[in-house]
Design a protein. Sequence first.
Length: 58
Amino acid sequence: MFCKIKERQIGAEEIGKGDEAPRDTIIAIADEDLAGLPYTRLRRALERNSKAAVARLA
């Protein structure tokens, strides 16, 4: 995959998962966050990044 920011090819090991938050902030999401319930994944990602959120689960 070509990275426009680094202007070079990058490998899969350089690509991470994340969710964009307000103000151009990206919250990293680890593979273990994708294994649990939605609330658990959200809580772990927020804790790891020292963030807080208000959410409503349907």
